[in-house]
Design a protein around this ligand. Structure first.
Ligand SMILES: *[C@@H]1O[C@H](CO)[C@@H](O)[C@H](O)[C@H]1NC(C)=O
Ligand SMILES: *[C@@H]1O[C@H](CO)[C@@H](O)[C@H](O)[C@H]1NC(C)=O
Ligand SMILES: *[C@@H]1O[C@H](CO)[C@@H](O)[C@H](O)[C@H]1NC(C)=O
Ligand SMILES: [Ca+2]
Length: 493
């Protein structure tokens, strides 16, 4: 009986299908086309859900035909800046489903942005749909104010050469603060921490938390002879006072705060009551990038793509490689041109360098069979004479370990077997040129003279004594057949 019913149903379906007229088929095709167009149009689009207005809420992103949520692991204000830029606003991150639980599956997780990306999917993340987050881990943003004019200068290069207009004017702090002014820490649990106050026009006041980074905080600790900055805080936990200084910008190597500069900014965005604060310490790690190892080992390798599958999974190739894989049946036989080099960093500080993510958030990388404890430990860039990136900046994830140590020092950290990760004092973390992903994909770069820049701990996520030994800026000559890297100098990322 059921079988009979089923058969007649199938027959019915078959008849219906067969009877579709040309017209109907055309209508359907047009419908599907419209649907596809809509999907294309929406791809990468963001929406904010659950807030009081359209400028706040949990973040949802449209990809491959559906909306998906974003998980708050690694979510921060840099990511919020990318989201809010699409509303021409500045923003701060919210966590843990502040605007309700995620109502869609997670599309993105472990997002790490620098803040200047054109859209969220240009940030580093774990891959579409790859997430282990619960519904209560939805990431959100609060986008505030119309973005100030000066905000477009947030990434003004230190020398400001490329900046024009009022928003980019800078002056030395010593030009605007009273001669003999001092600075102090207030409200801390000990003399090494607190909110930072400066004295001006007969009052002590606070510093705007917007733009307060490890670099400014380092200078404050040095200025007060309190050692190094372990944390740059934007907080009200040490109380607050009227903000009288904004737009502060330091290189990080100044010996006192008055050698820093002030950018002209309008207003001081940030949470009410929050001010710039710092925690200083006498004990901190300090990675020193080995520039001679880069010069000594840099060379080209042409590698067939079938040997690069792991690398592709970890986003170590430039975009054209993925395009080739998508469009070319024999993509495995295509080759990529890789600029390989060794990156080694010695901890010359007086404390261990530890990853900023706690162990339970480390990511297992199946391809490379180890855990990554920092999403972005190093960046590799090839720039042309105008400073434009010509090879896609590659943000390498790493496992950190003691590969070699100075004599008399014992190796402690090892990536194997979910071991603890870090770099001990007087030990080096070494990424040999022959390790997977230890390269820049220069396949699409024309022969010529370029600048090659390697930076470790580029966003100062882990505090160090100095950041001016974390980046190598080198000359790169690329020919049809070989590459030379020379004249490297050490500086700040
Ligand atoms: C943001 O500003 C740009 C340039 O001023 C403008 O073209 C764009 O429409 C603005 N976007 C929104 C969402 O207001
Ligand atoms: C700080 O470092 C920059 C390079 O990043 C350098 O030009 C400048 O002279 C240094 N300043 C001090 C005070 O050492
Ligand atoms: C690290 O090496 C320096 C220079 O060789 C030495 O002065 C220092 O005591 C060493 N520190 C440790 C913890 O091994
Ligand atoms: Ca360093």
């Amino acid at each position: 009986m059921y079988v009979k019913l089923l058969l007649s149903l199938m027959l019915l379906v078959l008849t219906v299908c067969k009877d579709v007229s040309e017209d109907e088929r055309a209508t359907r095709a047009a419908f599907i086309q419209r649907l596809l167009n809509k999907q294309k149009h929406l791809e990468g689009r963001l929406k904010l859900v659950g807030g009081l207005n359209k400028f706040e809420g949990n973040v949802y992103i449209y990809h491959a035909g559906r909306w998906g949520a974003v998980c708050d692991d690694s979510w921060d204000d840099a990511a919020a800046a990318v989201v809010c830029r699409q509303y021409n606003r500045t923003g701060v991150a919210t966590y843990a489903g502040q605007y309700g639980e995620a109502t869609e599956k997670y599309w993105m997780d472990d997002i790490v942005c620098e803040g200047d990306e054109p859209s969220l999917d240009h940030c580093v993340f774990s891959g579409w749909g790859s997430s282990d987050c619960g519904a209560d881990e939805a990431a959100g943003v609060i986008c505030s104010g119309p973005e100030q004019r000066a905000a477009s200068c947030r990434d003004c290069p230190q020398e400001l050469r490329h900046c024009q207009g009022d928003g980019c004017k800078e002056r030395l702090l010593s030009d605007i603060l009273d001669v003999g002014t001092s600075i102090r820490l207030v409200g801390g649990r000990n003399s090494g921490e607190g909110r930072v106050e400066v004295y001006h026009n007969d009052i002590w006041g606070s510093i705007c938390p917007d733009g307060w980074t490890a670099y400014e905080a380092s200078v404050v600790c040095r200025h007060l002879a309190l050692g190094y900055s372990a944390q740059a805080l934007q907080t009200d936990q040490f109380g607050s006072s009227r903000i009288i200084l904004q737009g502060l910008k330091c290189e990080g190597n100044e010996s006192n705060l008055f050698m820093c500069r002030q950018r002209q900014v309008e207003g001081c965005p940030g949470e009410a009551g929050h001010v710039a604060a710092v925690a200083c310490t006498q004990h901190l790690a300090d990675l020193l990038l080995d520039v001679s190892a880069i010069e000594r080992t840099a060379h080209l390798q042409d590698a067939p793509m079938f040997t690069l599958q792991c690398a592709m999974e970890e986003n170590c190739l430039s975009r054209s490689a993925y395009e080739i894989r998508r469009t070319n049946e024999n993509w495995q036989l295509e080759t990529r041109r890789l600029l390989r080099f060794t990156a080694a960093s010695l901890n010359v500080g007086n404390a261990e360098f530890r990853p900023y993510l706690p162990k339970h958030l480390w990511q297992w990388h199946l391809c490379h069979m180890h855990y990554h404890s920092m999403e972005v430990f190093a960046t590799f860039d090839v720039l042309d004479s105008t400073g434009r990136r010509v090879a896609e900046g590659h943000k390498a994830s790493f496992c950190l370990e003691d590969n070699t140590c100075l004599s008399g020092v014992e190796r402690k950290y090892s990536c194997k077997n979910y071991g603890d990760q870090g770099v001990s004092v007087n030990c080096s973390d070494v990424y040999q040129y022959n390790i997977d992903c230890q390269w820049v994909d220069v396949t699409d770069v024309e022969p010529g003279d370029y600048t090659f820049k390697v930076s470790i701990n580029p966003h100062a996520r882990v505090a160090e004594q100095s950041y001016h030994n974390n980046a190598a800026t080198c000359a790169l000559r690329l020919t049809e057949t070989y590459a030379v890297v020379y004249g490297c100098t050490l500086g700040r990322p």
